[in-house]
Design a protein around this ligand. Structure first.
Ligand code: WT7
Length: 566
């Protein structure tokens, strides 16, 4: 029997207040996520239970109980307070998937800071943009990433301290401070900031089509949704060994890689090493993983290696599988039934929604290729793109839209009210994706409604890539689009028009690629460059990425006059 029991019954009867009560949210006036992910579990008697089993890329293993989590997060919280970090200050986490990242996140929340996790593979320009926008006060990082921080710190007057978790003080410069989590004097009692449910908690940056990346700002009350979705969709139970493969630089890695599993009291395992089919199977076998949350690109990479390699490992511990980030094709669902004896459950949500909103549920029939149905407490529809009225005919494609009001919805885009407001139409939050709904109420994803590129489950804004490209002396104009890719769904392709006096050749292409490599994250790097005499533009001079994209995907270009009027 699944945790949710009957989906239909829950969908009609559920109210968020039930999840709040079940979680005892607001107990003794306490609303802080940091408390609910550590002290709360210790008070319930799970202090000695494993909260985190971490494995590094060299095979090194570290274990942390819920009591360790409580104490080390206290220690970090106190250290931040001692370094003049105040309630509401932004504290960036810029680290690989090391224990300090996970525990530091809890520590920041406990002292009332706003956690701003950023993917450690980001280049200095990507890092700068996000720290500059958030006016980040402190960054916590590792020696190996310090070079990037040093190169931009003079341009960031608000960044007062750089905390390094693995360096000796002697190797550090002014305003850089050493903090060794496991060697600093432990803080057993910390006065957790009680927080109000609406107090800001996490700031996650996400890319759009135009302008700089936007900081989706969440609040402590988000835990209500993260808790109940972890319980009903990921089906987490106390005896689970849970593995979320996402990096906390992205929202999956915090909502379901930190908050969800820990508030549910499971043991979570983390592998701080990249993808490897056999490495992953061996990790599941060794840790007896029962619940696995991953992404379609990873599943397609596993599929490529075939079924024989699956048979080399004992993966019988797996009880439930789920996936997020991109469309999960029907073949992947069917393959997973063959490989693991159970399907991957597709889940749909966004940085902005903070938690799963449309999804498949254990106990509810899966239609392979469909994203499933709205989570209880979520009203979802598809809107007519012109009138923004709900479409009532089954099978008609429209814009996915949600009725605002669930606890984990972002409360703002940081310092960007205009863009935030533009996401709402007729009282609906418009996600920016297209889908249809069938007669049974299942959602079928069609595609994005903007030019954002989804490569291996990561959103990449074309604007950032184009901005980096046109800084190169030879580039007159540039456009970046997603090109179809069998594994990553899309990869970045760049179109470049050169300035007069420059000739296209391999050396120039390499020069341009090396020029932008330093500025962008590896995910945003173009896999293909095409030199063109000029780029197609609208009458108002906007580059028609959709035209380039349609050509690349072999799609009908349709009526260009509408594009030209954009
Ligand atoms: C965008 C959100 C929150 C999870 C990580 C991504 C796409 C997400 C699915 C799915 C098809 C999906 C959408 C969405 N997406 N899940 N199950 N099927 N597309 O968070 O970076 O904010 O990206 O990812 O386009 O809007 P994100």
């Amino acid at each position: 029997m699944s945790n949710i029991g009957s989906y239909e019954e829950k969908y009609t009867s559920f109210h968020w207040k039930q999840a709040e009560d079940e979680l005892q949210y607001g107990k003794n006036g306490m609303y802080n996520i940091g408390y609910y992910c550590s002290d709360y579990l210790c008070e319930k008697g799970f202090g000695n239970k494993q909260a985190l089993i971490w494995e590094g890329f060299t095979g090194e293993v570290k274990n942390f109980t819920y009591d360790d989590l409580r104490i080390f997060s206290n220690t970090i919280a106190k250290f931040l307070q001692d370094n003049e970090v105040n309630v509401g200050d932004r504290v960036c986490l810029f680290m690989d998937k090391i224990p300090e990242l996970y525990i530091g996140f809890i520590g920041i929340l406990k002292m009332g800071g706003i956690a701003q996790p950023l993917f450690s593979a980001f280049g200095e320009e990507a890092l700068f943009t996000r720290l500059d926008d958030a006016k980040t006060k402190v960054i916590i990082t590792q020696k190996k990433h310090l070079g990037k921080v040093r190169r931009i710190k003079d341009k960031l007057p608000g960044l007062t301290k750089i905390i390094v978790v693995d360096a000796d003080q002697s190797s550090l410069q002014t305003n850089e401070i050493h903090f060794w989590m496991e060697k600093t004097e432990q803080v057993d009692n910390f006065d957790i900031v009680k927080a109000d449910p609406e107090m800001p908690s996490v700031l996650h940056y996400t890319s759009g089509t135009t302008g700089k990346p936007k900081g989706a700002q969440h609040v402590h009350a988000s835990i209500i949704a993260q808790y109940i979705t972890s319980k009903w969709v990921l089906d987490l139970r106390l005896d689970d060994v849970y593995w979320c493969t996402a990096d906390p630089g992205w929202v999956t890695g915090t909502s379901y890689g930190i908050i969800g599993p820990w508030v549910c009291g499971v043991t979570q395992v983390i592998l701080d090493a990249g993808f490897g089919t056999e490495k992953w199977y061996a990790f599941i076998q060794k840790n007896k993983v029962t619940m696995w949350y991953s992404a379609p690109t990873a599943i397609r990479m596993l599929m490529k290696e075939g079924l024989d390699v699956v048979k080399k490992y004992d993966l019988s511990s797996l009880r439930h599988l789920a996936s997020v980030g991109e469309p999960l094709n029907a073949e992947a669902v069917i393959w997973s039934e063959k490989a693991f004896g159970r399907p991957f459950y597709d889940t749909y949500w966004q940085t902005e929604t903070g938690a799963i909103v449309i999804t498949n549920f254990p106990g509810l029939k899966i239609k392979p290729g469909s994203m499933g149905k709205p989570f209880p407490g979520i009203t979802a529809t598809v809107l007519n793109p012109k009138t923004f009225e709900p479409i009532t005919t089954a099978g008609t494609v429209g814009l996915i839209a949600l009725k605002p009001g669930w606890p984990s919805m972002m409360r703002a885009y940081w310092d960007n009210k205009e863009t935030y407001d533009s996401k709402f139409k007729n009282g609906w939050y418009v996600c920016g994706d297209r889908s249809s709904i069938d007669d049974d109420g299942y959602f079928w994803f069609v595609g994005r409604d903007d030019d954002v590129i989804n490569t291996a489950g990561h959103l990449v804004g074309p604007f950032e890539i184009e901005s980096a490209l046109i800084e190169h002396e030879a580039v007159a104009e540039a456009a970046a689009i997603g090109k179809p890719d069998p594994v990553n769904m899309e990869v970045v392709k760049a179109f470049i028009a050169l300035k007069p006096g420059f000739e296209k050749n391999d050396d120039l292409e390499l020069g341009i690629i090396n020029f932008i490599r330093k500025r962008l994250s590896p995910l945003a790097m173009p896999q293909e460059v095409e030199f063109v005499p000029s780029l197609p533009k609208t009458r108002s001079g906007k580059i028609m990425r959709r035209l380039l994209r349609a050509q690349e995907w072999g799609e009908e270009i349709g009526d260009i006059s509408t594009l030209e009027n954009d």
